[in-house]
Ligand binder design. Structure first.
Ligand SMILES: Cc1cc2nc3c(=O)[nH]c(=O)nc-3n(C[C@H](O)[C@H](O)[C@H](O)COP(=O)(O)OP(=O)(O)OC[C@H]3O[C@@H](n4cnc5c(N)ncnc54)[C@H](O)[C@@H]3O)c2cc1C
Length: 566
């Protein structure tokens, strides 16, 4: 079967299915894109090596000359189609430039009308206009639906009032994608959100001071205030009242960019760690010759390989017209941001005391890396999203089954299809080993593939158990949900890595892929232990209740009560 843009590989895992045509053959970047991207990356690397990032970090400001150089290099237009003056790179082409990704005008690209695109994209492509994405507010972070910024209709205009917080580019942007309520909240229902293109020249827009942040200090982050801004109704992005969908679609795309930024960061950190471990000698030998240092370097390289595999899989899915990749995008963001954090921590550790010194790049790398686990959806919220979204279809299925079981007494014909499908699925779950669902992976990874086939059944069975046990209450079962998400993330990462290694073996030959196979095997072995632990814990062998009780205790006491001196 060919790739189906309407199917999600990630979501299918929760049902025990492996849609191998969605990942095999693992996509490659088209040669023309390689030709375009390679010199851009080279030019950026060359330019960035001339920048004193420590100075930027200390100053905590983005100097105008740097912005101008980025403009001249055409970086603001990497994703803008060529007809609007950009480079028109595909998402996979853009992925290596990850750190430069922007969510600021993505709404325009995804949902804008032709007239809107013609009006703003050429200026956004050259960097004459800088864009910002305005969703977060003082009272509304993870709970994006609770925003208070509002836009009231007034003839052909909307009057926009409100405050946005921690907006990247807030102080230097001229184009804001703003989310506001266009119908009021009522006690029974939250109001509807609409997305607007708001340009600074409309007037009534001010911003707060540049925030003094822990990391990414030169990145401009400010509050933005909208005071009775008269926004033409023609500036609505997408449909009125459908702004939440616009926001989530932008963030789904943005997470791929963030995932690829994390790939670039890991690569630089691994490079620094290799250099230090090779040069620094202790006990008369280079650090790199010691087993525990090798373990760190090997794991960092493996994580990087897996992060890349996830990232290019998602970006190529988008490029191939995939419509349903929110679970895959969220999983990539979670995995890659965590891998970047681990890379920063371990690279610093390999550098020892030197790593703790500010003249070295590691402490800044740690501070800069940390934000990736927080913005564009915290990793906790995304894991809940992955778990709950993944369980949605099996949940509907079970719900339908409940109804159909009742109906089957009165209408057996109607319910037959569903019951038969369920019986087949259950039967599949009871087949223990040896079932071949993945036929396209290279035979050298048979053990890994067999494991995946069985673990996917384990995931489906766990979803089934959790849904039956908790029913609607599953939304409150965060321990169970994130455990399910963690299994799914590991399986997704393992599958995309196997697909990528297969592609490399097919093109280069097995003997030239020893390193890639070793990274696949190493990740498999680590992932298998985590998956096994999560599946076991999911069946009830866990300490969830104790942990919750301890938390309830400290929350009720308002402090830790076990001081040894008392
Ligand atoms: C440097 C920086 C740049 C940013 N840039 C932008 C930008 O350009 N545009 C924009 O709109 N926003 C931006 N943000 C905001 C960012 O997206 C939010 O900080 C993020 O979504 C988290 O929201 P919050 O900070 O309000 O945390 P909260 O929502 O208050 O969450 C705090 C903690 O509680 C957890 N939590 C919250 N709800 C739940 C729940 N239901 N269950 C379990 N755990 C929960 C979270 O995981 C987190 O650990 C930026 C933030 C920073 C720091």
């Amino acid at each position: 079967m060919p790739f189906d843009p309407n199917l999600s590989f990630g979501k299918s895992l929760f049902f025990g299915d492996i849609l191998e045509d969605q990942i095999f053959p693992y996509a490659e970047m088209p040669p023309d894109q390689v030709e375009t991207v390679a010199p851009i990356c080279e030019a950026i690397d060359k330019y960035m090596s001339t920048i004193d990032s420590r100075k930027l970090d200390r100053a905590g400001e983005m100097p105008p000359e740097l912005l101008q150089s980025l403009r001249e290099m055409g970086l603001f237009g990497v994703l803008v189609p060529e007809e609007y003056g950009g480079l028109g790179l595909s998402n996979s082409g853009y992925a290596p430039l990850g750190a430069h990704s922007s969510i600021g005008f993505k709404g325009l690209l995804l949902f804008g009308t032709d007239a809107q695109k013609k009006r703003w994209l050429p200026k956004l492509a050259t960097g004459e206009m800088i864009a910002a994405f305005c969703l977060t507010e003082p009272g509304s972070g993870s709970d994006a639906f609770s925003i208070k910024t509002n836009a009231q209709r007034d003839g052909d205009f909307f009057v926009l009032n409100g405050q946005k917080l921690w907006i990247t580019n807030g102080g230097i942007a001229d184009f804001y994608t703003v989310f506001a309520k266009t119908t009021p909240d009522t006690p029974a229902q939250k109001g509807k959100i609409t997305a607007f293109a708001v340009t600074r020249d409309l007037g009534g827009i001010t911003h707060g001071p540049h925030e003094d942040k822990m990391g990414i200090r030169a990145s401009n982050t400010t509050a933005v205030y909208f005071d009775s801004v008269r926004v033409p109704a023609a500036n609505v992005i997408g449909e009125e009242g459908k702004g939440f969908k616009v926001a989530m679609s932008i963030l789904n795309h943005g997470r791929t960019g963030l995932g690829s930024g994390a790939v670039g960061g890991q690569r630089r950190l691994l490079q620094a760690a290799i250099a230090h471990a090779t040069e620094r000698k202790q006990f008369g030998r280079p650090l790199a010759s010691f087993g525990k240092v090798k373990e760190k370097l090997g794991r960092l390289a493996t994580n990087l390989y897996v992060s890349e595999s996830l990232c290019y899989f998602v970006s190529s899915t988008i490029d191939r017209g995939g419509q349903d990749y929110s679970v895959e995008g969220a999983a990539t963001k979670v995995f890659n941001s965590q891998a970047l954090w681990t890379a920063a921590d371990e690279a610093l550790q390999i550098a020892g005391g030197m790593g703790y010194m500010r003249e070295q790049p590691y402490e800044q790398a740690m501070r800069d890396a940390r934000i990736n686990r927080i913005f564009e959806g915290t990793n906790e919220i995304l894991r809940l999203y992955i778990g709950l979204t993944g369980m949605q279809k099996p949940g509907e299925y079970l719900k339908g089954l409940g109804k159909e079981l009742a109906n089957s007494l009165t209408d057996p014909i109607k319910s037959f299809g569903l019951l038969r499908e369920y019986a087949v699925r259950k039967a599949k779950q009871t087949v223990p080993y040896g079932r071949t669902q993945v036929t396209k992976a290279h035979e050298s990874m048979r053990e890994q593939v067999t494991y995946v086939e069985n673990a996917v059944q384990g995931l489906a069975a766990l979803c089934d158990t959790v849904l039956r046990r908790h029913g609607r209450e599953v939304v409150e079962m965060q321990f169970a949900t994130t455990r399910i998400a963690d299994v799914a993330i590991d399986l997704l990462a393992l599958c995309t890595t196997i697909a990528r290694t297969t592609r490399l073996i097919d093109s280069r030959g097995l003997e030239k892929c020893t390193n890639e196979l070793n990274m696949t095997f190493a990740f498999y072995s680590d992932a298998r232990h985590r998956i096994r632990a999560n599946l076991r814990a999911g069946t009830g062998r866990n300490n969830d209740e104790e942990i919750k009780s301890v938390a309830d205790h400290v929350i009720a006491a308002g402090k830790y009560e076990n001081d040894v001196l008392k």
